[in-house]
Structures are given as structure tokens and as C-alpha cells.
Design a protein around this ligand. Structure first.
Ligand code: HEC
Length: 213
């Protein structure tokens, strides 16, 4: 008999924990769900939320985190008008907007097939900038003309020639991904070179792939 009583109470307990509607259900270790710090995109407007764990006598619960001056139930402020997002490409087709660095570093094949250079091919200015950037960031390993004869390559083996059979056919998205995230023994350069400058370098590397310089 007792076993029935126990199982009934346990079942009743479990059912009462179930979430529904706005109710999140009974929370175990609530500090893991509710940030004590301000959350940028969320306000907890119920002043009594978390009353029961509050240890400070300020008449509001532990989870209350609202900045009533800010609209849209957010704690952060809206950016001022005409703010331009970083990493927005406005070159090429005008609205190519691709946060390529968000692509996971393991997704080289995806980048290789999908990323397109916003800079047109054969643009002299882009090539000149690309060359200068290449000489700054890449040539010490890859060599001035991509022949894998940079000074560092002498100490750091494994640098491929761009016009080698393995590399001369790789796509612009592939090169962009390798600059951004690195590959094998090559380190990532995404944090040092802006997206636009990476695409400029890609245009120049494509020349080197064809054995031009
Ligand atoms: C510290 C030396 C070093 C620097 C600096 C460097 N690379 Fe590399 N790079 C390597 C090595 C080593 C490899 C071979 C990676 C592997 O497969 O292990 C490589 C490979 C590559 C590849 C071929 C990737 C593939 O698919 O096999 C490309 C393209 C490339 N680098 C472009 C660049 C560009 C562009 C820059 C400048 C932004 C650059 N690298 C800077 C050392 C370097």
C-alpha cells in the first residue's frame, strides 16, 4: 500500500514541475536561469521575481533586472540612428551581406563552394592593395610571388606553392576561409585583417595561382 502512496506523491510532484504558458516550471538552481547582471536583450519587470532567494533588503527580488528608461523590454540602448554595422559588405552587388567569419572553421568545403568575392576581378586598385597586404601578411612564409620561398618558410616547413597542382585550382571562398581561420600548419589571420582586406588579398593570391605576380 505504502508503495502506491509513494509513487503517487512522486508523480504528483513531477507533474507540478511541468512548465506551461509563461510559467517555466519549478526551477532547480534558479541562478543558472536568471542572470543577476543586466541581460542586454531582456528585462525582468516583475519586481518580486526571485524574492525568495534575495538576501539584500532593497524591496526587489533577486532576478528583477529592468532599466525602465529603455524601450522594447531591452536593457541595452538602441544604436544611434545611421549606425553602420561592422562587417557589412557593400561592395560588388551592393548588398552582399555575409558574416563569413561566423562560418565554423571546420566548414572549409562550405566556404569554398559559397563565398564570393565582393570585389570585381581585374580591378587594378584592388590588386595593388591586395599585393601590399599580401607582402605584409603572407609573403614572409609564402614568398613574394607565392613560391613558398619566404624567409620563415625555411624554418617552418610545409608551405605550399600557390601554383602547385594542389593549390592552383582552389576557389576564392577557399582562400578566404584559409586566411580567416587558418588550415593545418597555417594559423588564422581573421583577427588581424579586416574582411574587405582579406578579399583584396584573395584577388592577388588568385593571380599568383596562375603564376602571374
Ligand atoms: C607562418 C607562415 C604562414 C603565413 C604568415 C601564412 N601562411 Fe598560408 N600556409 C602556411 C602553411 C604552413 C600552409 C600549409 C597548411 C597545411 O596544409 O598544413 C599554408 C597554406 C595556405 C594556403 C593553401 C591552403 C590549402 O588548401 O591547402 C593558402 C591559400 C594560404 N596559405 C594563403 C595564405 C595567405 C593569403 C596568407 C596571408 C594572409 C597566408 N597564407 C599566411 C603558412 C603561412
Amino acid at each position: 500500500m505504502r508503495i502506491f502512496l509513494y509513487s503517487f506523491s512522486i508523480a504528483a510532484l513531477l507533474v507540478s514541475c511541468r512548465p506551461g504558458g509563461d510559467y517555466q516550471g519549478t526551477e532547480y538552481a534558479p541562478n543558472m536561469y536568471h542572470s543577476v547582471a543586466y541581460e542586454p536583450l531582456k528585462q525582468i519587470k516583475d519586481k518580486s521575481a526571485g524574492n525568495w532567494v534575495s538576501s539584500i533588503d532593497d524591496n526587489v527580488g533577486e532576478y528583477y533586472s529592468s532599466n525602465p528608461n529603455n524601450p522594447y523590454e531591452m536593457n541595452m540602448r538602441l544604436p544611434v540612428e545611421n549606425t553602420i554595422p561592422r562587417r557589412r559588405y557593400t561592395m560588388g552587388s551592393g548588398d552582399v551581406y555575409f558574416e563569413a567569419e561566423r562560418i565554423h572553421k571546420d566548414s572549409l568545403a562550405y566556404s569554398a563552394a559559397n563565398l564570393k568575392n565582393p570585389f570585381p576581378e581585374g580591378d587594378e586598385m584592388v590588386l595593388a592593395d591586395g599585393k601590399e597586404l599580401y607582402l605584409t601578411f603572407c609573403s614572409h612564409c609564402h614568398g613574394k610571388t607565392g613560391g613558398a620561398d619566404g624567409k620563415v618558410a625555411a624554418m617552418y616547413p610545409g608551405v605550399p606553392k600557390y601554383d602547385s597542382r594542389a593549390i592552383k585550382g582552389v576557389s576564392e571562398g577557399h582562400i578566404y576561409h584559409v586566411i580567416t581561420h587558418g588550415k593545418g600548419r597555417m594559423w588564422a589571420h581573421g583577427s588581424q585583417i579586416s574582411p574587405d582586406d582579406r578579399w583584396r588579398i584573395v584577388r592577388y593570391v588568385q593571380k599568383l595561382q596562375k603564376g602571374e605576380s
